[in-house]
Write a protein that binds this ligand. Structure first.
Ligand code: DC
Length: 224
C-alpha cells in the first residue's frame, strides 16, 4: 500500500470514537472511514436478501457485491438511503454477528483500504490498527467504561425519540463487546503500538484535542 497518512482509531461500541474520528478528519481535511457502517450495511443487505447472518458463504457474497455509495452524511445501499436504517440496534447486533465470520471480513478488506486517499484518512473501527491499516503512523484505542458508554447510547436513543431502557442497553453492549473481543479473527483489542485514550471523564473536544496533539507529535518525529 502507498504511504498515505492514516490515523487508526479502534474501540468498543458507543465509546465516542466515531464522533471523535469524524471531527479529527474535519480539522485535518482528511477523509473519514466509518468501518462499522460497512459491517452494518452488509448485515442489512443480507437481511433484505433473506440471507441468514450465520451463513458465512452467502453473507461473504453479499459483502463482495455490496452496492454502496457514501454521499456525505447519506449512505445509499442499492440506491436507497439507509443512513437511519443501519443505526438500529437490530442491525448493530447483526453486524457484530457477521463480523465474526472470516470470509466476510476478507471480502470487506479491500473496500476499506480503498478509503486511504490523499491527503489522509481517519479510520474508525475494531481492527483498523491491527489488520486494515497496520502501517498507520498513528494508532489509538479509544474507550470508556461500560457504564459511561451505556449512558451515552441511552441518551442518544432518547434524543432520537426512541424508547430506551438503560439496563437492556448495558446488557446489550456487554454482549456485543464480549462477542467482538472473543472472536478468533481480528478481535477487538488494543494494538501493542496504539495509544490508549479513555474518554470516561473526557468530553468530545478534549478527546479531539488529544488526538490532534498526538498527530502533531508524529509529524514532528517524522520531520526530525
Ligand atoms: O462501530 P459499530 O457499532 O457501527 O460496528 C458494528 C459492528 O461491526 C460491531 O459490533 C463490530 C463490527 N465491526 C468490526 O468487527 N470491525 C470493524 N472494523 C468495525 C465494526
Amino acid at each position: 500500500m502507498t504511504q498515505i497518512s492514516v490515523i487508526a482509531i479502534d474501540g468498543p461500541s458507543a465509546s465516542g470514537k466515531g464522533t471523535v474520528a469524524q471531527l479529527v478528519a474535519e480539522q485535518l481535511g482528511f477523509h473519514y472511514l466509518d468501518s462499522g457502517a460497512i459491517y452494518r450495511l452488509t448485515a442489512l443487505a443480507a437481511q433484505q436478501q433473506g440471507v441468514s447472518w450465520s451463513d458465512e458463504e452467502k453473507v461473504s457474497t453479499v459483502a463482495q457485491y455490496l452496492d454502496v455509495v457514501f454521499d456525505g452524511e447519506r449512505i445509499l445501499l442499492a440506491q436507497q438511503d439507509v443512513s437511519a436504517a443501519i443505526r438500529s440496534e437490530d442491525i448493530g447486533s447483526g453486524a457484530s454477528q457477521i463480523a465474526a465470520l472470516p470470509k466476510v471480513r476478507a471480502a470487506l478488506l479491500a473496500r476499506q483500504q480503498a478509503f486511504a486517499k490523499a491527503p489522509g484518512l481517519v479510520a474508525d473501527g475494531r481492527d483498523m490498527a491491527s489488520v486494515v491499516f497496520p502501517d498507520a503512523p498513528l494508532k489509538i484505542f479509544l474507550t470508556a467504561s461500560a457504564a459511561a458508554r451505556a449512558e451515552r447510547r441511552y441518551k442518544q436513543l432518547l434524543g432520537r425519540g426512541e424508547s430506551a431502557d438503560l439496563a437492556v442497553i448495558t446488557a446489550d453492549l456487554e454482549a456485543r463487546d464480549a462477542r467482538d473481543r472473543a472472536r478468533s479473527v481480528a478481535p477487538l483489542a488494543q494494538a501493542a503500538d496504539a495509544y490508549l485514550l479513555d474518554t470516561t471523564e473526557l468530553d468530545i473536544d478534549s478527546a479531539v484535542k488529544q488526538v490532534l496533539l498526538w498527530w502533531a507529535e508524529k509529524l514532528k518525529e517524522n520531520n526530525a
